[in-house]
Write a protein that binds this ligand. Structure first.
Ligand SMILES: [Zn+2]
Length: 469
């Protein structure tokens, strides 16, 4: 079985790049080299795993149409079009295989597309790699797979099911760009970007796919990439195989990292990476749990008991005075694999003690955050929990008194209020902080409103997944 990792810069296509493609010369050459390799393999079916089609947070989306088409109209080139035969039989088998394993998936055809108000057209994540392949080889059916933001274990399992359906003679491509935050002058620059790209390229070169699964989620999120989820599924496809990778190219011509790689897989009934990953993760989670302080432990206990027994715990008899006597507003934030899973809090004390405030908000965050489904018992071991204890609110008369890293803010107009915690990723500056808070409150920018600031005492454990390798 042959797997490829390919980026998807539309600018690498000459008619779109209009000269800019020259900067991505190594990528273009490597894409053509992959196309030649694919031609020599002559697969009947090519599966493309893309991060830019119809991407859902809770499931994969598989195109089951028998004709698949798309164009580069979004990139100013409506005349570059493609129409391919879809491998709808494999697509249907994949959908039922996923569902049988408890993985959500949407079988996309014209009818379901209409229902969800989405399109069946191919996305650029699939079309850029296909454009290069079609330049050399056309005699294949396409299996178009849109990733979902599912937990790693499910993406891995989905890849394993895909490999079984594809069989050895076929080709699977994971489409994805590495960091988009490499440009030091750009506003969204993040030093984690280059660190991520370096780590990924090195790990692929070393056939160290276990480490890609085990990468620190903070780094993965901060890198601003679109390759991680497609790669998780691709790594699942290697389950039981011995994998030999070759990186064809890496470069970052437009401040975005592009890697091309070929991974040749031979079936050997090898040890399964996922069980090794789960063991690493379990060890780290256990170590982290030991490091948790009283605040986090209390929130975790409240969440576990509520999810397992639907009961609210009492304040433990051995809780410290600090927790039992003081009152404050509290925010409880729950994450899973670095992604927000629930966050609920109170701006000012509503209970007799911080301990009670934590218990209540922890349960709310796990079960009542309307943006998410309720936390399930099988997720409990994997939750990362942090607790923010808020100071009193202070009036702010000038923007100089604000600092996005130090202070959270509350904006108020009449009964409308919006709160933003300090030190959040994605908040650029004070103006941006106020803007987001206003939006949350439903207050117009040019309305008159009051700003208050507060600081928080944050109780959290830094994710320690990077210690895995
Ligand atoms: Zn992308």
């Amino acid at each position: 079985m042959n797997l490829f990792i390919m980026p998807h810069p539309p600018l690498a296509i000459e008619q779109i790049g209009q000269g800019k493609e020259i900067a991505a010369k190594a990528t273009v050459e490597a894409m053509n080299r992959i196309a030649e390799k694919v031609k020599s393999l002559a697969p009947k079916t090519i599966a493309v795993i893309t991060p830019h089609g119809n991407v859902f947070s809770d499931g994969l989306c598989i195109n089951i149409e028998d004709k698949l088409s798309g164009s580069f109209v979004e990139f100013g080139q409506p005349r570059i079009q493609m129409e391919l035969n879809g491998d709808f039989q494999k697509a249907l088998v994949l959908c039922s295989g996923l569902r049988a394993s408890g993985i959500n998936c949407l079988a996309l055809d014209a009818v379901t597309a209409k229902k969800y108000e989405i399109s069946t057209e191919l996305d650029h994540g699939a079309m850029v790699p296909l454009y290069f392949i079609l330049g050399q080889y056309k005699d294949f059916r396409l299996l178009h797979i849109n990733i979902g933001y599912l937990p790693k274990t499910q993406m891995y399992q989905a890849g394993k099911i895909l490999a079984e359906i594809m069989g050895d003679g076929n080709v699977i491509i994971a489409s994805g760009d590495l960091s988009h935050r490499l440009n030091k002058e750009a506003e969204d620059y993040d030093e984690m970007g280059a660190a991520y790209d370096g780590a990924i390229v090195g790990m692929v070169k070393d056939n160290n796919f276990l480490s890609i699964l085990s990468l620190d989620e903070n780094m993965v999120q901060k890198a601003g990439q679109c390759a991680q989820k497609p790669m998780e599924m691709l790594i699942g496809a290697m389950d039981g195989y011995s994998a030999q990778a070759q990186v064809y190219s890496y470069e970052a011509p437009y401040g975005v990292g592009y890697m091309t790689a070929h991974i040749e897989c031979t079936y050997e009934d090898k040890e399964h990476l996922i069980s090794q990953y789960l063991q690493i993760k379990k060890d780290i989670d256990e170590k982290n749990k030991v490091r948790e302080d009283e605040y986090i432990r209390l929130a975790r206990k409240a969440i576990n008991t509520f999810v397992e027994k639907r009961e609210k715990i009492d304040v433990p008899g051995d809780a410290s005075e600090e927790l039992c006597i003081n009152q404050a507003g509290v925010f409880v934030t729950i994450k899973r694999e670095g992604r927000l899973r629930g966050c609920i809090g109170t701006m000012a004390p509503t209970k007799a003690s911080i301990a009670e405030e934590i218990i209540d908000n922890a349960i709310q965050a796990a079960a009542k955050d309307s943006r998410f489904t309720e936390v399930q018992s099988e997720e409990l071991d994997e939750l990362e929990i942090s607790v923010d204890v808020l100071s009193h609110l202070e009036e702010v008369t000038s923007r100089d008194q604000l600092d996005i890293n130090k202070y959270g803010i509350v904006v108020t107009k009449d009964y409308r209020r919006g709160l933003l915690l300090p030190n959040l990723s994605g908040v650029k500056d004070v103006d941006n902080q106020i803007e987001i808070a206003l939006e949350k409150a439903g207050i117009a920018k040019d309305d008159e409103y009051k700003i208050q600031r507060f600081y928080v005492e944050r109780h959290e454990i830094e994710n320690g997944m990077e210690k895995a390798y």
